[in-house]
Ligand binder design. Structure first.
Ligand SMILES: Nc1nc2c(ncn2[C@@H]2O[C@H](COP(=O)(O)OP(=O)(O)OP(=O)(O)O)[C@@H](O)[C@H]2O)c(=O)[nH]1
Length: 929
């Protein structure tokens, strides 16, 4: 039911929603279906219906007493008569005003214009009299004079009559003015009358005299008076006319006002007519239309005329219709209520049905989804009966279990098959499931073809609402890959990537197990620490890859020598460990060590090269040499050092008496690591002097180590360790740079030819970038290359002649000089001097020391100096401590000397001071020869 229908059931409301003040005594006017007033929303609504009834009771429809009994026709006639009367009254007033205006104009004409006309006539006559008088005076003929005189008399008479008319006529001219005109005329007329006698007597001279002296003045005065009268009359006429015009204007305004009032009255009448007739007709029409279309309840009834009768008829009709409508509405309302009730019931039923259908559909979808998920699940799913016979198997499970030959409907599931799985486990699983519990675990399950795979299996009983177990659900995930990866990761964590041997971690674990076993059985275990001798040489000569291959081969060779229960591990670098479990005594360990050593007598084939490698082996026994894995390892390591010390290619048992010495070496090695970074090294400079002049030629840079732990450590204690560990390379680099920087300063300040000598170890020399590093430092520090002397020992020259020669030549190309240090201590020194391009040779202090006492040494030094000189080398004698030694060396023509007699090694500041002093006051450290 729409809004419009509801609106149709409207009530009757006051036009403004309340009683109009103007209608207090004249009755009430009602509007029906007003937009402003109260509206009916639901006429069948009981509350609203009650309101309408009470409203009707309070405001009953009634007739307006003001127009009671007067018909519409009568009212029209009365109003028409009234309008006509008003129009006629207006026309009468206009006519009256017009007549008054005409009369006033006539009066003005009479009072003003007529005297002016008369005056004009008088003036004309006066002039004719004067003209006649003058002509008369000029006439000489009697008859003519007589005639003219007669005419003059007649004109005087006419003038007098005209003047009388003027004076008697109503005029605005003041009376005293007219009297004066009459007096002047009388005087002029008397003078003219005096002409009669002389004319009769024809005394024309008299006539001329009178006309000239008596009448002329009187004529002029009269004429002037007439002009004044005319002027005043004209002014008075003008004033009267203006007054009349003003009055007429006022009357016209009044007329216009009356006309406007008349028009207004007409308009009001028309409005009244519109309202009383057409307005009501229209309202009646609108109300009737609303009644027909929108269900308006009643029409507005005003007055008691024909229209009111029509409205009342409509209202009666509407009342009947409304009564019927109301009955219909009640019936409809009841019907609607019943329909609503029924609809609501149907809706509830429908909703329930829909919900059920929805739930069913969702359940079906879920079932389909579940079934699809189970079908497509990467996890193997099997449903068995309680006997373990497969009732459902998903594709993933089929694949994992070995296709149709594996898990198949009707067969016993693999997990429950004691033939494919451990019988103990199968019974344990079944026991748990029967007890209604889940089972979860990792199984290595067999396939029909005999292969096995790892699976993570979850077993759950499928329990009915009755509590009975009907099936078992088996979820099986193939974790073979993960297992394999885990095993791989575990293997990597415990094995050396290169050799695939157990690494240090696993080795320590195995050693601990061996120790435990030995402890439990009161037995012995042995640990062998193996280090390959000079392995670096292999790397340097054949390359790192070949070194790797050799390590792998060496590992395999050692592994091949041992029992399966023994462990061979790579400890790191070129070091291997052998763990011998349950050895009877030291002899077993010794025979294994010897066996391994001998096994390495055979060469290795590395990339087609035959490589011989020897081993240094240290052995430690449990419990004799230590009861913990770490102590055994340390002691086996120390024993290995002993084997190295003993010349390599050998094995040693740990001996506690050797422990301390080795311990000291280990301590030095430990402290040496990082000493450079901690700034524990310094350089001292031992001057080299010119033998002949005693002047400073240069200095040798010597390294000193002040360890905060060990105190001052002599170079011969740590250089060898630094050489072995490779630490000598960065330390030597630091020496090179520091010495060159210092030399550059002294060359700048004191002597451009100042020489600086540094010692280079074989390992340092063999570094690939050594020569380029020397060139770089020289350039960086600004040191003239020929002032740098690089001292090497014979040890460098023992191996790799060609390589060393190449490096020497490269250094010479850079401009550096080369010195052979400790000349005479080796056996092949002389050959080396010939073979390598040295610039200088340094005779070892061992020969110089006894030069004064031992004739052999004297001969040896003399020969060495001669030989050096014959090869074009300069010669430096080291360790010169006495004047005798100096004298002898001078005698041998030795070029340069170095030793305490000349100067002890000095700090940089010390030598700086000496050099500064020598610059200011040249002096020599020793007396020149
Ligand atoms: N190719 C190769 N070389 C390695 C590996 N690990 C360490 N090395 C090298 O093995 C050498 C071990 O040197 P050391 O044992 O200190 O010295 P050495 O040359 O064997 O001399 P000694 O032990 O004193 O006889 C070093 O040069 C390392 O660079 C590796 O995995 N592969």
């Amino acid at each position: 039911m729409g809004v419009s229908r509801r609106r149709r059931r409207c009530t009757i409301l006051p036009a403004s929603g309340k009683r109009s003040p103007s209608s207090g005594g004249g009755g009430l006017r009602w509007r029906i279906g007003s937009d402003i007033g109260l509206r009916c929303r639901r006429a069948h609504h009981p509350g609203l219906r009650r309101f309408i009834e009470s409203f009707r009771n309070r405001h009953p429809m009634r007739l307006r007493p003001s127009h009671a009994g007067i018909t519409l026709r009568t009212r029209l006639l009365i109003s028409l008569v009234m309008v006509c009367a008003v129009v006629l009254a207006l026309l009468g007033m206009a006519g009256l005003i017009s007549t008054q205006a005409t009369d006033r104009a006539q009066a003005v004409l009479d009072a003003q214009i007529q005297p002016l006309v008369l005056l004009h006539g008088l003036k004309t006559r006066l002039h004719r009299i004067r003209e006649s008088e003058v002509k008369l005076a000029l006439t000489e003929d009697f008859f003519a004079a007589f005639s003219r005189h007669e005419r003059l008399v007649a004109e005087r008479k006419n003038f007098g009559e005209a003047l009388a008319v003027l004076c008697n006529a109503p005029s605005a001219t003041p009376a005293h003015v007219l009297e004066r005109v009459e007096a002047l005329w009388t005087q002029y007329d008397e003078a003219l009358a005096a002409l009669g006698q002389p004319v009769m007597e024809m005394r024309m001279e008299e006539v001329a005299r009178i006309a000239t002296y008596e009448t002329a003045n009187r004529f002029a005065a009269l004429s002037s008076a007439l002009d004044r009268v005319a002027e005043e009359t004209r002014l008075a006429a003008k004033a009267s006319f203006e007054d009349a015009a003003l009055r007429q204007h006022r009357q016209w305004r009044i007329l216009k006002l009356i006309a406007a009032l008349g028009t207004l009255a007409f308009v009001l009448w028309v409005m009244w007519l519109w309202r009383a007739l057409f307005g009501r007709l229209l309202a009646l029409n609108t109300a009737a239309t609303e009644m027909a279309t929108e269900g308006r309840a009643e029409l507005d009834v005003t007055g008691r005329d024909e229209l009111s009768a029509v409205a009342l008829a409509f209202n009666a009709m509407q009342a009947r219709i409304q009564a019927r409508e109301s009955a219909l509405r009640d019936a409809q309302s009841e019907l609607e209520t019943r329909v609503l009730l029924r609809t609501s019931e149907l809706y509830d039923v429908n909703t329930r049905l829909l919900r059920e259908a929805d739930e069913r559909q969702r359940a079906e979808q879920q079932l389909a989804l579940l079934s699809k998920a189970v079908e497509q699940s990467p996890v193997g799913i099997v449903i068995t009966d309680t006997g373990g016979v497969v009732r459902y198997v998903n594709p993933a499970m089929e694949v994992v279990s070995g296709g149709s030959q594996g898990v198949a409907v009707g067969r016993l599931a693999g997990v429950f098959d004691p033939a494919m799985n451990s019988p103990v486990r199968v019974s344990e699983m079944l026991r748990r499931l029967e007890a209604g519990a889940d089972w979860d675990g990792e199984l290595e399950v067999g396939r029909p073809d005999g292969s096995r795979y790892w699976a993570h299996v979850s077993l759950s009983p499928v329990v009915e609402h009755t509590g009975d177990t009907t099936h078992y659900l088996v979820l099986s995930e193939d974790i073979s890959l993960r297992k394999a990866q885990e095993a791989q990761i575990l293997h990597r964590a415990h094995h050396d990537a290169l050799t695939d041997l157990p690494n240090r971690v696993l080795a320590m674990d195995r050693l601990n197990q061996a120790l435990l076993h030995a402890e439990r059985h009161a037995g012995r275990a042995a640990l062998l620490f193996i280090d390959m001798d000079n392995f670096k040489v292999v790397n340097d000569r054949f390359g790192h890859e070949m070194g790797d291959a050799l390590l792998v081969n060496a590992g395999q060779r050692i592994r091949g020598l041992l029992r399966a229960g023994d462990t061979v591990a790579r400890h790191g670098g070129d070091e291997f460990l052998i763990i011998l479990d349950d050895v009877g005594g030291a002899d077993v360990a010794a025979s294994v060590a010897e066996g391994v050593r001998q096994a390495f007598a055979a060469p290795f084939d590395v990339g087609g090269n035959e490589v011989f490698v020897t081993l240094s082996i240290g052995a430690a026994l449990y419990p004799d040499d230590g009861v913990s894995a770490s102590v055994l390892l340390r002691n086996a390591d120390l024993a290995m050092y002993q084997a190295k010390e003993a010349g390599r290619n050998s094995w040693r048992f740990f001996e506690s008496r050797l422990h301390e010495a080795t311990q000291a070496r280990v301590e030095i090695e430990t402290c040496l690591r990082g000493a450079l970074e901690r700034g524990e090294f310094r350089l001292v400079y031992q001057p080299v002097g010119d033998t002949a002049s005693g002047r400073i030629f240069g200095a040798e840079a010597l390294i000193r180590w002040d360890s905060p732990v060990l105190g001052a450590v002599a170079p011969d204690r740590f250089i060898e360790i630094a050489e072995r560990t490779g630490l000598v390379v960065p330390i030597g680099d630091w020496v090179l740079e520091t010495a060159c920087r210092q030399a550059a300063q002294w060359q700048r300040e004191f002597d451009p030819g100042f020489h600086i000598a540094i010692n280079v170890s074989p390992r340092q020399f063999r570094a690939d970038d050594f020569v380029s590093r020397v060139a770089q430092v020289l350039a960086q520090q600004g040191v003239a290359p020929h002032t740098l002397m690089i001292e090497v020992t014979e040890g460098l020259l023992l191996h790799d002649h060609d390589e060393v020669l190449k490096a020497f030549e490269a250094l010479i190309a850079v401009g550096a000089r080369l010195a052979m240090d400790d000349f005479g201590t080796g056996y092949a020194s002389l050959r080396y001097l010939k073979h390598f391009p040295f610039h200088t040779v340094k005779i070892d202090r061992e020969f110089v020391r006894d030069i004064g006492n031992d004739p052999d040494d004297r001969v040896l030094v003399d020969t060495a100096i001669r030989m050096g000189k014959s090869l074009g080398l300069s010669v430096i004698a080291e360790g010169v401590e006495t004047a005798d030694q100096l004298a002898i060396l001078r005698g041998f023509d030795c070029d340069l000397i170095q030793g305490y007699y000349f100067s002890k090694p000095l700090s940089a500041e010390g030598l700086h001071a000496v050099l500064a002093k020598a610059l200011v006051a040249p002096q020599h450290l020793i007396n020149p020869a």
